[in-house]
Design a protein around this ligand. Structure first.
Ligand code: KQY
Length: 368
């Protein structure tokens, strides 16, 4: 869809920019307020409480900006701490990890943004809603407010489908990036070239499938992430009868036989899986049925994962999903992020919308 401001003609890599790891310092974090009743139950009220709790938790260690429609502006403002900046913006839904810009820096005070093409996780071939034109303009608007120049990337990609280590490596899944509903005209080599050009990376590590029944077609941010260069946290299930076991086993095998852009082997840390979790009948009843949007049916498996956390300046904000596994996940996170507070936020309402805390946040790295 149409751009709102001029774009740069070159690429970040050509201009000396790279995407930093999420563990590097941020100047802030963006979120978008949930509202649509065909994705969020009970008119999005429970999800709004969950988003507000995430915003409040992140805002303790870095500035948060919440984008919201005119209709929800006053209500949103009333639920957020005063320290959270609220700005009006038109959107189709509330997943800024995927609709917002990917920020890149040059190490000399420069910060720019990549505005990927967005097609609502698959367009008319398995995408989650139509239309998505307002979401496709979110990145340009955020960059306008941030005063950052913009690269309009020529490929369909969501921010949740990539994780970088900031030192040349990008982690992705074949299920998403090789899906026919994203960039069917591109070969694997062409996708790798585009990632390197727009992220400033040098090596792609390909995992296979993402978390079982993930409606994003297997985003990496729900399956695995970098705690720091060389250390990958991976969603795991010991239960061999659960389809997640084979998916995670395959990811583990691939990571064990891979090296990163600097030639290092990975330390791989297993995070427990919550559940299995399912949508209850009451939860399904609360979502408005609308043709063309993802149905929410009682009994459908939810793609819950503790890897889907926000790695903030002083805090890890992670999803509380299951009393049986929350503490174990917290202990692992505490062990790998000893210098940050680890804060759990009840996140089932976010999961019911199809993602989690990482999907609803977008860091702005410092322009160092
Ligand atoms: O996981 C994400 N990055 C986004 C999830 C989108 C779900 C839309 N219903």
């Amino acid at each position: 869809m149409g751009a709102v401001s001029a774009t740069l003609d070159s690429t970040p890599a050509a201009d000396g920019f790279r995407m930093p790891g999420e563990f590097e310092s941020h100047s802030g974090c963006w979120m978008v307020w949930p509202e649509r009743p065909d994705n969020w139950r009970l008119g999005a009220k429970p999800a709004q409480e969950a988003y507000a709790a995430v915003a409040a938790a992140v805002a303790v260690s870095e500035p948060v900006t919440m984008a919201v429609s005119d209709a929800q502006f006053d209500h949103c403002r009333s639920l957020l701490p005063a320290s959270v900046r609220v700005v009006e913006m038109s959107t189709d839904d509330a997943w800024i990890r995927d609709t917002g810009p990917t920020f890149v820096v040059d190490g000399a005070g420069g910060r720019r943004g990549v505005d990927w093409r967005f097609n609502a996780w698959g367009g008319l071939d398995g995408g989650l809603y139509f239309p998505w034109d307002r979401d496709d303009r979110v990145a340009a608007k955020v960059l306008e407010i941030e005063g950052a120049e913009r690269y309009r990337a020529p490929i369909v990609l969501e921010g949740g489908s990539i994780h970088v280590d900031g030192e040349g490596t990008v982690l992705v899944t074949e299920e998403c990036l090789r899906n026919r509903n994203r960039n069917p005209e591109l070969s694997r080599e062409q996708i790798e070239a585009a990632l390197h050009a727009y992220l400033g990376t040098e090596k792609v590590v390909w995992l296979g499938r993402g978390v079982y029944e993930d409606e994003t077609d297997g985003h990496i941010d729900n399956l695995a992430c970098f705690a720091r260069p060389g250390v990958v946290l991976l969603t795991w299930s010991d239960d061999e009868s659960d389809p997640q076991h084979e998916i995670s086993r395959d990811a583990l095998n691939r990571l064990e036989s891979a090296t990163d852009a600097r030639g290092r082997s990975f330390e791989i840390v297993r995070l427990p899986s919550p559940g299995p979790l399912e949508i209850s009948a009451e939860e399904a009843r609360g979502v408005d049925s609308v043709a063309g949007t993802q149905p929410r049916r009682a009994g459908d498996r939810l793609a819950g994962s503790y890897a889907n956390f926000y790695l903030g300046n002083g805090r890890i904000v992670f999803p509380l999903l299951d009393e049986r596994t929350d503490d174990e996940a917290a202990e692992i996170l505490i062990g790998y992020f000893p210098e940050r507070e680890v804060i759990g936020v009840p996140a089932r309402e976010i999961l019911l919308g199809g993602g989690n805390i990482h999907c609803i946040t977008q860091q702005v790295p410092i322009a160092g």
